[in-house]
Every structure is written in structure tokens, then in C-alpha cells.
Design a binder for this molecule. Sequence first.
Ligand code: UD1
Ligand code: CA
Length: 479
Amino acid sequence: MPNATKNGPPQSPRIAIAIMAAGKGTRLKSKHPKVLHEVGGKPLLAHVIAAAAKVVPAKDVYAIIGHEADRVREAVAHAGIGFVLQKEQRGTGHALMVAREALAPYDQVIVLSGDAPLITPQTIEKLRDFHLAKKAAMTLLTAQLENPTGYGRVIRKKVDRDDVQAIVEQKSLSPAQKKIREINAGFYAFAVKPLFRHIDKLHTDNPHHEYYLTDMAAILGKVKQPVVAVEADDPYEVLGGNTRAELVDIDQRLRLAKCRDLMAEGVTVFYPETCVIDSDIEIGADTVIEPFVQILGNTRVGGDCRIRSYSVILNSEIGDGVLIRPGCVLDGARVKAGAVLGPYSHLRPGSEIGEGAHVGNFVETKKIRLGKGSKANHLTYLGDAEIGEGVNVGAGTITCNYDGIHKHTTIIEDGVFIGSDATLVAPVRIGKGAYVGAASCVTDDVPADSLALGRSRQIVKEGWAKEKREKMKVLKTKS
Ligand code: UD1
Ligand code: CA
């Protein structure tokens, strides 16, 4: 609620968001920190930060980090948030104790869990608004779950009342309490002053020997501070990823939701449950995604494209009206409007495919520019090459770009025709409009409009085969 000030209009409360992200994640049995495990193509913590930074400015978001702190910090530092180091992880209550200094200048703090990535800005706002409206010292977000096992349970003072008496962790539940389906989601809002006035009352007298932040409900209640609970609209938003199975479940939910969002924006995704599309991917309207397609990382796909089955596209930019036939692999590629790829093309980093260009079956490209309307349709390797417009690269062509130490560039100017099975030994330049005969090994530059032949002449020995057969026949009858 706004504070009344002497000389001015009421001020809005200063609100921080603290994200608990210091835990090891023992239940994942992983050498990587829990909050860096990925769902929807990015770390758990990155999802939570993204939601938090939509509610308060990023500078007021603090991640409490500890286990593998440097790695965690590095992975999310670009978000512009603050960090608090919890060197030893002695529980969620302890996480807040070490954040005391960082949070002291604020009036309110919203606490989120770094391992619960489905939380939305709307729900964080709902928690904030309820907390402020109730003038509570502590507000917890809850959810009704079919299967509440593993979560802390909410003990309300009376059913249908907002007031909370306590939160009881799974391991300490009485048989009657086990029946409670309302769980503590692990998201809280606290008034900063009462939180830190009483936080030192937390103790480690529990099965995990940790300081439980959840115990603040009973502690604040005892000193007559209001503790209330508000239920999330969608229980799915509060799911936490403590185990591999839970992470996979969250990942699937995120990806299905992503497909639904894309469809709402005019993209068709056939059999969405077979597709893997990362959370931040953008795709234009009227694009059709066939089953078993993966679109990952920092990829943008234009409108009116068709991406056929079994293609995997990572960190690439695809223009409008591109056809990607089955089984293509793209990594760090740019494909301009109207291009046609595949089936089975492999575009490696730095491949730039021009407007209307074709890259076909079993063609591998790396660090090349293929000009407008040019074609490399079959069984070809194009690496470190600049290829102009209207070029035809015959089947089986290879740019020999590597001499064992250095990479060299092949330049193929506009309108060149490269016959099949040519080997172009870089550095080499094929001038505008030139022809390279099939099976040529080109080691020297080819001037514009000329024909290059780099192979030995054909020899024909008439009657040779017939003679050989007859000799064989004689040998056979003798033996
Ligand atoms: C916690 C709650 C439980 C709730 C559940 C919701 C407690 C004691 N229990 O249990 O009531 O139902 O979340 O998902 O809080 N962390 C730190 N420092 C620590 C310990 C943990 O930063 O010293 C972080 C973890 O990295 C994690 C978050 O706090 O992101 C929650 O910790 P976790 O161990 O997963 O708690 P739960 O057992 O899930
Ligand atoms: Ca958890």
C-alpha cells in the first residue's frame, strides 16, 4: 500500500524480488547446478528471472546463488540482475538470512524459487496485490494438487479463511495432514521489516537440519503478524523441478504451451507433442511445421514456410516462404526468402543461402554465401566459399578449403556452371560466366567466360573388352 509522505503524493512501496537459486539439486543426481538444468531450451532460473523482470525492474531482482555460484552467475548475468552469495546452503530460510543486507532498503520482498520455472508475471502480480491489500507480513502462494506428495502443506486457521497457521513439510506431516491437498508453492511475499525482525527465530530442528523459510508462517503468526495465503489460478504454474521426471514433465508442458501460442498466432504445428520448439522462438503466420521437427535456441522463422519432418534448426534465421524438406540440419545459418533446402541438407555455422537458392540432398555447407537463385542440389561440400548469383554447382562438387593448416576461400562469380564431380582447390577464383568441365580438378583461377578442364583425356581402346572376354573363355576351357 502506498506510504503517506509528508510533502508529496503517496509513494508506492519499494519492492524487490529474491529468487532462491543456491541449492545443489541433490535429487537430480547431476554434476550441474539444479537451476541451470534446462526446460523449454533455457535454464530453469532464466525462466524465473524473465517472469520477475516483468514485474519489477531487473535491478530490483536478486538471485541468491551458492552451489556453483560462478557458473550460475555467468549463465544469467546478461539479465542485469543483482546477486547474493549463500556460501553454505543451510535451507531456504538461511537463503533469506544472507540476503538481509541486499533487501533491507526495500519495503516488500517477493520470494520465488529458482526451480519453479512456470510462474507467470500475472501470478507474481496477483501475489503482490493480495499481499499489499491484506497488509500482510507474509503471504504465500498455494495450489490444490491432485498429488501433493513432496510439497509443504498449508494449514489454514479455518477452511475458507485467508489466514494461515503454519506450513508443514512433507517429512513432518501427521497422517491427518497428509490428506491436505493445498500445497505451499514456494512463492512468498514478505513485508521486509517483520521478516528480518523475526527471521533469527528460525531453527534447524527438523529432519533436514535446515532453516526452513516456511517456518516463518508460524513464527510471524505467534507475534500476531498477519500471515495469509492466496491460491494460484492455475496449479500447473507452481510445479517445481526437483527430479528428472519432474523436469521432463515441465519441459513438455512448456513446449506444448509454446505450440499452442504459435498456433494462436497463425502457425500450424502438426502433432505438437512430437515437436520440440524452444520458448523464445519466433515464427511467422502461415508457416507449417510438420511432425518431429526441432526448432531451437535463438532461431527466427518467417511466414509462409514449410518445415518438413525430422529437421533440426538451431540458432538460425529463416526468411519468408522457405521450404525445408525432410531431414535437414541447420546450425547458425541464414536462409533468405523462397529458398529450398533438402532433403538431408546440412547447413553449418556461417552458411548464408540467398533468395530462391536451392541446397539439395546430402549437401554440406559451412561459412559460405550462396547467391540469389544459385543451386547446389546433390552430394556436395561447400566450405569457405563466396558463390555469386545464378550459379549451378554440379553433383559431387567439393571445395577443397583446407590444406591441413589453413582454410582458404573459393570464389565462384555470377552465372558460373560447375560440372559434376569438380574439385575446386582453394584459394581459387572462377570468373563470371565460366564453365568448369565435369570431374575437373581446378587448381588455378579460371578467367570469366572461359571453360576450364582439369582432367586427363579419355582413352578408348576399341575391341579391348571383347578380346579380354575371349581370352578368359580359352583359359576356362583349358582348366
Ligand atoms: C520448498 C518448500 C516447500 C514447498 C516447495 C515448493 C521449504 C523448506 N520447503 O521445498 O514447502 O512446497 O518448496 O516447490 O522451503 N535453496 C537455496 N538455498 C538453500 C536451499 C534451497 O537457495 O539453502 C533454493 C533451491 O535452489 C531451490 C529453492 O530454494 O531453488 C527451493 O529449495 P528446495 O530444496 O527445492 O525446496 P523443496 O524441497 O522443493
Ligand atoms: Ca523445489
